[in-house]
Design a protein around this ligand. Structure first.
Ligand SMILES: Nc1nc2c(ncn2[C@@H]2O[C@H](COP(=O)(O)OP(=O)(O)OP(=O)(O)O)[C@@H](O)[C@H]2O)c(=O)[nH]1
Ligand SMILES: [Mg+2]
Ligand SMILES: [Zn+2]
Length: 376
């Protein structure tokens, strides 16, 4: 488990391109297999086209990152301005430009999507992954299944504009599949798939989410079977898996690092450690999309500024009373709205503090320079 991630990843070295390994389909370059798209291509200047090489960040470690590109996989040292800012520094899934000869990173390309979360007690958001196309929200047929947590994940995924599917694993261990289908009945825009993650035959419908050149992220708590899904979809054991606690179905945090894995004949899969908490930050639109039914009801409230508590003519409360709207859902929507407001304020304050500190450093530096200049 403590073994370095690099040693666990399949051999995929610089100079040994995917094409050389016989994996790229005819006419498909290794870069396209890695998710290279016109959105990234058009960000390159003419000089960069000749002097630089784009590479995808496959894994991030403390002092180095693993990248993959036309020349295969290679490590890049984490140093320099590109890595200083916690929000700007490369995360898994990012595209970087490397100087062709020195192999030094020049800059990070603009992201097509970004997942980040507020870790408990933190002042800055933690980056989870960039440039993701599709997401499997993973839960299991046991104590882990929790609609409010699924709605939380969904807000993040909708904000990023990704296509999502809810995968409920361990269907082989449950006799009552109907309860999961019923729970999701009102989420018509979220496809549901009950699977045995150990049985590739039940995973066939998931292949459309990880076609060649697409990036699929697996998100969910520890022990739900994310790494098991990865291994079954890949057809080879790429990541370690571990047992769960019998009494409360909690996992043992087997996966320690986020990493992208290339699937033979498919796209890229992001396996990540199970998250204890996924604090939401700037995902107001994603939240509105996740709770669009409440938004539509709210339009029918008598007062435009109705808080849906005890106001007369409240269509939201009326829907709760008639059983059309689950009260749990209303409470979760309120909770997540408050959380987004609170975390956005914390982030804005942290940004202001960072700016003030940056300004202070610059002033001190200028004074030191001026003093040195004066003494010469
Ligand atoms: N019977 C059954 N067991 C499963 C299924 N999916 C996963 N498991 C088992 O559940 C345990 C946890 O699976 P992992 O794949 O390690 O879970 P994970 O989500 O990657 O967990 P972390 O890495 O800790 O975040 C392993 O013992 C798997 O064999 C399933 O659909 N059916
Ligand atoms: Mg895992
Ligand atoms: Zn109302």
């Amino acid at each position: 488990m403590s073994k370095s991630l690099i040693s666990r990843r399949p051999a995929f070295r610089r100079g040994a391109t995917a094409a050389a390994q016989g994996k790229a389909a005819a006419g498909e370059s290794p870069l396209h297999k890695l998710g290279w798209k016109p959105f990234f291509q058009q960000q390159l200047s003419l000089d960069e086209l000749t002097d630089c090489e784009p590479v995808r960040v496959m894994a991030v470690h403390r002092s180095q990152i693993e990248v993959s590109g036309d020349s295969g996989e290679e490590p890049v040292l984490v140093s320099g301005a590109l890595f200083e800012d916690t929000q700007e520094r490369p995360t898994v899934g990012d595209w970087l430009l490397l100087e062709r000869d020195s192999r030094k990173p020049v800059r990070r390309l603009e992201r097509s999507s970004l997942f980040r979360r507020m870790a408990p007690g933190a002042k800055h958001a933690q980056l989870i992954a960039a440039n993701v196309d599709n997401v499997l929200i993973v839960s299991s047929c046991n104590h882990d299944f929790n609609l409010s947590r699924i709605e939380r994940y969904l807000a993040l995924v909708r904000e990023a504009g990704c296509r999502a599917c809810l995968v409920v694993t361990k269907a082989d261990l449950s006799d009552d599949h109907e309860q999961y289908r019923e729970a999701l009945a009102k989420h018509r825009d979220l496809p549901l798939l009950l699977v045995n993650a150990l049985d590739p035959a039940t995973l066939e419908p998931l292949k459309e989410y990880c076609r060649s050149g697409e990036t699929l992220a697996l998100l969910g708590s520890s022990g739900v079977g994310k790494s098991t899904l990865l291994n079954s979809l890949a057809g080879v054991d790429l990541a370690a898996t571990g047992g769960i606690r019998e009494d409360d179905s909690k996992g043992r945090h087997t996966t320690r690092h986020r990493a992208l894995y290339a699937i033979p004949d498919g796209g890229l899969l992001l396996d990540s450690p199970g998250m204890r908490e996924l604090g939401l930050t700037d995902v107001s639109e994603g939240l509105a999309a996740t709770f669009s039914d409440i938004g539509q009801l709210a339009e029918q409230c008598r007062f435009a500024d109705c808080a849906h508590e005890s106001e007369p003519g409240c269509a939201v409360q009326a829907a709760v009373e008639s059983g059309e709207l689950d009260e749990r859902r209303l409470l979760n929507w309120r909770k997540l709205e408050r959380e987004i407001t609170r975390n956005s304020k914390t982030l804005a304050q942290a940004r202001a503090d960072d700016r003030a500190l940056g300004q202070f450093y610059r002033t001190v530096l200028n004074q030191v320079r001026a003093r040195k200049g004066g003494g010469e």
